[in-house]
Write a protein that binds this ligand. Structure first.
Ligand SMILES: [Zn+2]
Ligand SMILES: [Zn+2]
Length: 422
């Protein structure tokens, strides 16, 4: 996991840089596709994902080396051909995993975060899950295992394959001619993120679009059908951690409430959105009917809250980069604690962005917790070795967090409950 942390140390500023380029470009051509709170939420979601993945918090049900050992029919040495075969095998697995995520209730929970933004831009690409807690992905790599693709090749290509899906989350690039027949392009992926009935659950490919064409899930972007982005049951929150478990929570409630034992069992594996008949009648859930007229989530905000959210995001990103930079020195227990601070932090400031009054409790408690840790360890996970006043700066940040939480909850104007109309 340390190598992944190192890769992220470089990848994170690169991705954030490109998001900034897109924002500036949008400003320049007067066609802004970013909404500040949504972008902060997207980037925060990216942070939760990489912190969770760098800690390896997943229960591996089946591992690729295990399959390789038992299934390999041939052994190919790491020549260029292996890399090509491995990349295609990864993309094939990605297509089916993505299709599974869209079509099965239980698996949709780990993917809904990626679709939860009602905008479509480079930041939205970084909405990646933390709820993928079961490692079954190797099963989809059986073709690679049969062909004897070495584990190291998969390990190196997997993050590259993931990162290569970033660029096409943009509305600033039109159709790309001949490339539309080979790879997934921005135009195709706009269709994928759209909730228009013509587009939903289409274009599930990750790098190559040939799978969609082969298996009947391809849909071209049509001029007369402008894509509308989001999910049919809107998340209605900026909090990425909540979004990661919203669908699962609904499933748990439905499974608990239904009288039918058969439904309690099968709800998990039924098509996405399926609900037992009795709970559907007793506890109706509204979904977007007219995709052209729904109101995007936009709780009341202010310029100062926006600036504050940006400040929180920047400090959190910086802290996370320091965590990756100092990864091996911090040690696993320390990393868990550090990761917990990042998670609670994101939970706290995004709840504040949601204008929920209980945010103040999270912010005060994490602020005090952070300052107590600095007081007792006289450091912040070894930061003083790199910046002599590092831990004072972090303590100051926690102090600001406490005041920010109090200020935006009690002193800033108007605290009407956020408008949750869809
Ligand atoms: Zn998807
Ligand atoms: Zn996407």
């Amino acid at each position: 996991m340390e190598s992944y942390a190192t890769a992220l140390l470089y990848a994170t500023p690169f991705f954030i840089g490109l998001v900034l380029v897109e924002i500036l470009y949008g400003r320049f051509v007067k066609d802004q596709k970013h909404n500040l709170m949504d972008t902060v939420s997207s980037l925060s979601s990216g942070l939760t994902n990489v912190v969770k993945d760098s800690l390896g918090l997943v229960l591996i049900l089946i591992s690729y080396p295990f399959l390789l050992e038992h299934l390999a029919l041939i052994e190919i040495k790491a020549t260029w051909l292996v890399w090509v075969v491995a990349f295609i095998a990864l993309d094939f697995a990605g297509y089916w995993n993505h299709r599974l995520s869209h079509h099965i209730n239980f698996f949709w929970n780990q993917h809904v975060i990626h679709h939860s933004s009602e905008e479509f831009n480079l930041a939205c690409a970084l909405r990646q899950p933390i709820s993928n807690l079961l490692g079954y992905y190797a099963l989809l790599l059986i073709p690679a295992a049969l062909l004897g693709v070495p584990n190291q090749v998969i390990a190196i290509l997997a993050p590259i394959h993931l990162f290569a899906q970033f660029w096409y989350h943009t509305q600033h690039i039109g159709k790309m001619g001949i490339l539309e027949y080979v790879i997934v392009t921005p135009s195709q992926h706009r269709v994928h993120h759209a909730i228009n009935k013509e587009y939903i659950d289409k274009n599930l490919g990750q790098i190559f679009c040939v799978w969609d064409r082969m298996f009947g899930t391809f849909q071209e972007e049509l001029d007369e059908v402008p894509p509308q982005y989001g999910v049919l049951k809107p998340a209605n929150t900026w909090n990425p951690i909540i979004i990661n478990f919203q669908h699962l929570w609904r499933l748990i409630q439905d499974a608990w409430r239904t009288k039918s034992y058969w439904d309690k069992l099968r709800i998990w594996f039924m098509p996405t959105g399926w609900r037992p008949q009795d709970v559907k009648e007793r506890y109706p859930v509204t979904i977007i009917e007219n995709v052209y007229s729904f109101r995007k989530y936009q709780p009341e905000t202010s310029s100062s809250l926006k600036a504050y959210a940006l400040f929180q995001l920047m400090v959190t990103t910086f802290l996370m980069l320091f965590m990756f930079y100092n990864y091996s020195e911090i040690g696993f227990d320390g990393l868990l604690l550090f990761g917990a601070f990042i998670f609670v932090g994101i939970y706290g400031y995004t709840t504040l962005m949601d204008r929920k009054n209980y945010a103040v409790w999270i912010e005060v408690i994490r602020g005090l917790g952070g300052m107590a840790l600095i007081y007792f360890t006289n450091d912040w996970f070894g930061i003083n070795e790199h910046f002599s006043i590092g831990s004072y700066m972090v303590a100051l940040y926690f102090l600001v967090t406490i005041f920010g939480g109090i200020y935006f909850t009690y002193f800033e104007k108007s605290f009407a409950t956020p408008d949750l109309a869809s």
